[in-house]
Design a protein around this ligand. Structure first.
Ligand code: SF4
Length: 367
């Protein structure tokens, strides 16, 4: 039997695709192109409605294929997919469907970069975002397991290693004497404490301690080998001095920081439930640029958020001109059911979103 994997959305799905492909191959299936595939695995992204529409359009055009769906799927979207006779799956329940268990974690090299999830989910509930509903609350993987994955990646010859999560700079993994659990088994632990710290875990076993993101970066930097570490995504509120200093001073950490701004208007940021002001954000940018002179700052921004006036948009343009981003991911607002912003409707016409999108892209690409 032959399979084909179609990816929509973020690097998290790219990582899952690599894991899935290896798991399926282990079970005797052969990867092929779309035309020849008996099974089509779709890794969906529900972050924007247009993404879901694209996935549905893709599935609609498939004939005589058994289609499986996973990734980020909202409950409401599930109904739309179910009408297309799509079967839902998770990496954890592959065993039930294909009846043979993989003995080892098997997300090995299929791409030049290695993606290693260090946490998943999010606690921030930005008003426009479905992630807390589709991926759940923040859960950090055990520190020991992350280090093990990084060591394996280095040993396999990867030169570019990406630490992934919805909000990696709030990573809080536990370091313990417990048995090592592979990444496919899911993210095992949640933890608390301020970013960049190591705290004694009074609730857990005697030798469990919490490890923050800075310490994780330091440990990875100490590992022997020729590699560079990247990480994404971050929340500006969790970007501490310790993390900035680690990026500045650790030679194996890429001098690149993703710092999603989302809007240049305080009024819109409040409505988005983003807990920083534009002035705080710009102060953070100045600090990063001072500490890391050749840093590449990248960002995410939304245009056409329901309450964004022309004046609000002009403020975002100002931020873009001031920061001079290395790269910007400009997204046109798309209402998602179940989120707080959905109640605000979608009053800004598509053509106006397109105009604002074009303006920001022009500024971002003017190097
Ligand atoms: S921080 Fe990112 S993942 Fe979390 S709710 Fe906000 S936009 Fe979504």
């Amino acid at each position: 039997m032959k399979f084909f994997i179609k990816i929509f959305g973020c690097q998290y799905n790219e990582f899952d695709a690599v894991t899935l492909a290896n798991e399926l191959k282990f079970r005797g299936l052969v990867e092929t192109n779309l035309d020849e595939a008996d099974f089509v695995f779709v890794l969906n992204c529900s972050v924007r409605k247009t993404g879901v529409d694209r996935a549905l359009g893709f599935i609609r055009n498939l004939e005589n294929k058994k289609v499986f769906l996973s990734g980020c799927v909202l409950e409401n979207d599930k109904e739309r997919f179910a009408k297309k006779e799509v079967e839902f799956f998770s990496l954890e329940n592959l065993n039930k469907k294909f009846n043979k268990k993989s003995p080892t974690p098997s997300h090995q090299l299929l791409t030049t970069s290695k993606y290693i999830p260090i946490m998943k989910g999010c606690n921030n509930f930005c008003s426009y975002c479905v992630v807390p509903y589709t991926r759940g609350r923040e859960q950090s993987r055990k520190y020991d397991n992350v280090i093990l994955d990084v060591k394996k990646a280095i040993k396999s010859g990867h030169r570019e290693i990406w630490l992934l999560g919805q909000n990696v700079n709030s990573y809080r993994g536990t370091r313990s004497s417990c048995a090592v659990i592979p990444a496919e088994a899911g993210i095992q632990d949640s933890s608390h404490g301020s970013p960049g710290t190591t705290l004694k875990n009074t609730a857990g076993p005697e030798d469990d301690i919490f490890v923050g993101f800075t310490e994780l970066l330091k440990k990875i930097n100490e590992l022997p080998g020729d590699f560079t570490i990247y990480f994404t995504s971050n929340h500006p509120k969790d970007m501490t001095d310790e993390i900035i200093s680690a990026v500045a001073n650790l030679p194996k950490i890429a001098k690149q920081i993703h710092l999603p701004v989302q809007s240049g208007s305080d009024k819109v940021l409040r409505s988005m439930n983003r807990p920083y002001t534009v002035s705080q954000y710009l102060k953070l940018v100045r600090k990063i640029k001072k500490e890391i002179p050749k840093v590449k700052i990248t960002t995410d921004v939304i245009v056409g958020y329901p309450t964004e006036t022309e004046d609000d948009f002009a403020k975002t343009v100002e931020v873009f001109k001031k920061v001079k981003y290395f790269q910007a991911y400009v997204n046109k607002y798309s209402p998602r059911e179940g989120t707080a912003a959905h109640k605000l409707g979608d009053p800004i016409p598509w053509s106006e979103k397109q105009r604002r999108w074009r303006i920001l892209n022009e500024i971002a690409n003017k190097k």
